[in-house]
Write a protein that binds this ligand. Structure first.
Ligand code: BTN
Length: 273
């Protein structure tokens, strides 16, 4: 098999070092940038760090899944954030906010696919069209505490140049498979800008969700669909996804009335037939 990594350009470390807003660090390899950033925080690291791996070898996904990407084919990055002034009870909005930031960065960087880039609640980033929904990117948010301090690690995995045989499942996609060539450094800078600006606005509002919620709702493809929600254990609930409430929970209209489910309470949300 040809060495595909060799044909893929590396990130431009100098351009990233000049960026304002984040202290970008690029490493050749990391098992998991989320795990590394959490460790750095425990060792006294400060918010503002953005750790990027050219090759992430044991990436973690939501709900104990894995996140697999070949070298230089994707963006695998974790941002260390301290949403100062945002009460912990509002933090569940952070992964949804991060999803909005990814969508907007992709739309800016790849206008040809912009119209189809959307979110599946809570924060899967999709390319969606008549052919169906294909997952382009995912967000894993982890809270880390050390020495009386708390921070959030926002991990983003975004498929850029993978071929179909380099994706873990048939329902995944990459920007290349969607027909666009995007240079990873400028895409990463756009991601950093979108995330920083959105976190700053949200924190300035004390974590009040109205601003982020009004950005989120129009991007959320789950709304208006019939869904089957698998809850931990054997429970499921089925109905129409009608809203995302002020706590970031999905509101499902079932035969028994409206149910509000949080991302942490849900194993899967699937489209019901
Ligand atoms: C998901 O399951 O959709 C979330 C995937 C998140 C993957 C990213 S890649 C960078 C960061 N480091 C990790 O180990 N995971 C996240």
């Amino acid at each position: 098999m040809p060495d595909r990594a060799a044909s893929r350009p590396p990130l431009d470390r100098e351009a990233l070092a000049r960026a304002s807003g984040w202290r970008f660090e690029v490493v050749a390899e990391s098992p998991s940038t989320n795990a590394d950033v959490a460790a750095r925080f425990r060792e006294g690291g400060q918010p503002g760090l953005a750790l990027v791996a050219e090759h992430q070898t044991a990436g973690r996904g939501r709900l104990d899944r894995t996140w697999v990407t070949p070298a230089r084919a994707a963006l695998t990055v974790s941002f260390l954030l301290d949403p100062t002034g945002v009460p912990v009870g509002r933090w569940p909005w952070l992964p949804l906010l991060a999803g909005v930031a990814v969508v907007e960065a992709v739309r800016r960087s790849a206008p040809d696919v912009a119209a189809g880039v959307a979110l599946k609640w809570p924060n899967d980033v999709l390319c969606a069209d008549r052919r169906g929904d294909r997952k382009l990117a995912g967000v894993l948010l982890e809270r880390v505490e050390a020495g009386g301090r708390a921070a959030a690690v926002v991990g983003l995995g975004l498929n850029v140049s993978q071929a179909a045989d380099e994706l873990p499942v048939g329902t995944a996609t990459s920007l290349a498979l969607e027909g666009v060539t995007v240079e990873r450094t400028s895409l990463l800078l756009a991601l950093g800008d979108e995330l920083a600006a959105r976190v700053a606005a949200w924190a300035a509002a004390g974590g009040e969700p109205d601003g982020v919620r009004s950005s989120y709702l129009p991007l959320c493809r789950t709304l208006g669909r019939q869904v089957r929600v698998q809850l931990p254990g054997q429970g499921t609930l089925e109905g129409e996804a009608v809203d995302v409430d002020r706590d970031g929970r999905l509101v499902v209209r079932t035969a028994e009335g409206e149910r509000h489910v949080g991302a942490g309470d849900v194993v899967h949300v699937r489209q019901a037939m």
